[in-house]
Design a protein around this ligand. Structure first.
Ligand SMILES: O=C(NCc1ccc(CNCc2ncc[nH]2)cc1)c1csc2nc[nH]c(=O)c12
Length: 245
């Protein structure tokens, strides 16, 4: 999987690529990553990448020529890549989109600044438009890192053995159970006995129940995305009746 980022702030990216699972995935050849400075594709003395909007109004718009030349270069270097424009107007990013993107050969991220990019770029050079949420950022760079992060961990081999198992248990619609590690008693708060029992059936039962209950309490919206099984409904009923008594 090849990541290419088009940005006017390429220096934001090496620190992101030099740590943790991303760094290991690069070292193992699972992914490759590079940043292209859009400013290198300007032709004027001031290396201008933005200009005032036609129709007036505040803010600046990213010029189409430097972006088009940068995208052409990126595509020449990574031919079977999908060109993704990072924009507040894009389709909302989520785990399903991460899984979809993790299957392509390469991704070219166009990171806008200012008020956005010239519409001719959106019309003729972009394959997909993605937003990472309904809040306004100062640019698309952090959004592209979030996508690279979520997509990398889905690539085969990116997560070590134990982590990948953990990932498999992650089903989209429930929050994870509580996690504990040593010491057993931390400032007077003890780890639940069941987790020390070595009884894996009971431990799995406790983990499923606590996942369901904390999803019900913190993110009931997730539970509406798929029907609860009779067993799961029972767990919630028992828990509710326990708190009623
Ligand atoms: O480039 C990005 N943002 C920079 C930016 C900021 C403002 C405007 C112009 N105003 C738009 C607006 N919409 C609602 C209110 N104001 C355009 C572009 C960006 C890329 S992905 C993403 N995902 C979530 N949020 C984001 O901002 C982004």
């Amino acid at each position: 999987m090849e990541f290419t980022v088009l940005t006017i702030f390429p220096e934001m990216f090496p620190p992101f690529w030099e740590n943790g699972i991303i760094r290991r995935a690069i070292e193992q050849g699972i992914i490759s990553a590079s940043a292209i400075n859009i400013r290198d594709f300007t032709t004027d003395r001031h290396r201008t990448t933005d200009d005032r909007p036609y129709g007036g109004g505040c803010g600046m718009v990213m010029k189409p020529e430097p972006l088009a030349d940068a995208i052409r270069t990126a595509r020449a270097n990574a031919p079977s890549s999908k060109t993704v424009l990072m924009t507040p107007q894009g389709r909302p990013f989520n785990q399903r989109v991460a899984e979809e993107l993790s299957l392509v050969e390469g991704l070219i991220f166009v990171c806008g600044r200012y008020e956005g990019v010239d519409e001719r770029i959106c019309r003729h050079f972009i394959d997909d438009e993605i937003s990472i949420g309904d809040y306004v950022l100062t640019g698309g760079e952090l959004a592209s890192m979030i996508i690279m992060d979520a997509v990398t961990r889905l690539r085969p081999g990116a997560l070590g053995g134990e982590e990948s198992a953990a990932r498999d248990s992650f089903s989209e619609n429930v929050l994870e159970h509580a996690h504990y590690t040593r010491p057993r008693n931390f400032e007077g708060d003890e780890v639940p006995d069941v987790l020390l029992s070595g009884n894996h059936r009971e431990i799995e039962k406790w983990r499923l129940e606590t996942s369901l209950i904390r999803t019900f309490l913190k993110r009931p919206d997730l539970l509406r995305e798929r029907p609860l099984s009779p067993h799961e409904i029972n767990i919630l009923k028992n828990w509710c009746s326990d708190i009623e008594t």
